[in-house]
Design a protein around this ligand. Structure first.
Ligand code: ACO
Length: 343
């Protein structure tokens, strides 16, 4: 039986630590540490320097994951890049990452396919399912799956945008999904979407129903109104749906696998909000010691949260071979997904 397992992990966060107080003192955001911590559990996040792009963060995380897998970039048969904050509108960030990994020139020129995943905070779990299917089918031996976000370039740091701006940070996490005959790996994945709520957490910028899609002034410069430029979020609806979808996703995963929550050694929840995760954990009776977090240090890094958690846990020894791991995510779309991995 050809299984798909995670052969290597990697991650990267920019050096610039921005505390809640820094948001106010340095970036001028009308906010305070107590408000943010009480509602979200976030203490700090990382912001990349001007000049750095999302694919640059992804590159460092990818190199670490490929090295941890004992591979060379040229061994990668496919790149899956999950992000809602790609370098540009198009082409997808996967192509930029592929070139930066050296897959287009010299001895390592494999011209490996590169594909983007646009399911926001659920992107890593969607990618895990896609990578597992590609490997298990025999189509690819090693898939590089990256979640990377550069939110700091797209935050409205005025009072108008503070509910959203306080939540997000920059970072990248990557895994290599490889084929194995061993009895381990990605046992289960299931994703879902509810497009009825697509507008409830969105950053639109343009609208193809308009002509042109971005209004222009007399000189032809695009004019984007603030309500289109910045992300909008119905925070309470997100909270309610996240709790429900993540809880039911985990229950369905356990039922499918014929296990209970007690059989799971480590839970990697998407890091949207510590309060969402505490609510899910309390509802399902998951003890604190089985959960890993990074939202307090990095904020919400959307598609990067789970691979960042996996890499940190693998490197600090929390995550050991033989452990059963549950990953669950919820995000804009709305989208969600859960996965069970025998590490
Ligand atoms: N600092 C200080 N005050 C703030 C801030 C801030 N950063 N942001 C908002 N406020 C103020 C508002 O202006 C408002 O003031 P007012 O009463 O004088 O008008 C007050 O706080 C309450 O604002 P609400 O928007 O109603 O705040 P709410 O209690 O709903 O909390 C929050 C907002 C924390 C986002 C909550 O809705 C939530 O946790 N939702 C879940 C959404 C989430 O976690 N999203 C993450 C991204 S999506 C994902 O990854 C799945």
């Amino acid at each position: 039986m050809r299984n798909a397992y995670i052969s290597g992990t990697g991650s990267y966060v920019p050096e610039n630590v921005v505390t809640n107080d820094d948001l106010n003192a340095i970036y001028g955001l009308e906010t305070d540490d107590a408000w943010i911590q009480k509602r979200t559990g976030i203490k700090a996040r990382r912001y990349a320097d001007v000049g750095v792009r999302t694919s640059d963060l992804a590159l460092i995380a990818s190199r670490h994951a490929i090295e941890a897998a004992g591979l060379q970039p040229s061994d990668i048969g496919m790149i899956l890049f999950a992000s809602l904050s790609q370098d540009h509108v198009f082409p997808g960030g996967g192509c930029y990452l592929q070139e930066k990994l050296g897959l287009c020139e010299g001895a390592g020129a494999t011209f490996a396919p590169a594909m983007d995943i646009r399911t926001q905070c659920s992107g890593f779990v969607y990618g895990l399912g896609t990578a597992a299917a590609m490997v298990q089918s025999g189509a690819v031996e090693h898939v590089l799956l990256v979640g990377a976000e550069l939110h700091s370039a797209g935050l409205d740091l005025t009072k108008r945008g503070r509910t959203v701006a306080a939540l997000f940070g920059d970072g990248a996490g990557a895994v290599v999904v490889s084929a194995t005959d061993e009895d381990r790996g990605i046992r289960y994945w299931k994703c879902g979407a509810d497009g009825r709520h697509a507008d409830q957490l969105a950053q639109k910028i343009w609208d193809t129903a308009q002509r042109p899609f971005i209004p222009t002034d007399a000189e032809g410069n695009g004019i984007v109104k603030p309500e289109m430029l910045w992300a909008n979020m119905n925070g309470r609806l997100v909270f309610k749906n996240a709790v429900e979808r993540m809880s039911f996703g985990l229950i369905a995963a356990c039922q499918d696998q014929g296990i209970t929550g007690e059989d799971i050694d480590l839970y990697c929840f998407h890091q949207a909000n510590m309060r969402i995760n505490q609510y899910v954990a309390q509802t399902l009776g998951i003890p604190e010691e089985k959960l890993v977090h990074n939202i307090d240090r990095y904020g919400n890094t959307t598609a990067a949260t789970i691979p960042l958690l996996l890499d940190e846990a693998a490197r600090d020894g929390t995550l050991k071979p033989g452990m059963k791991v549950a990953c669950v995510a919820f995000g804009s779309g709305f989208t969600w997904g859960a996965a069970i991995i025998d590490w």
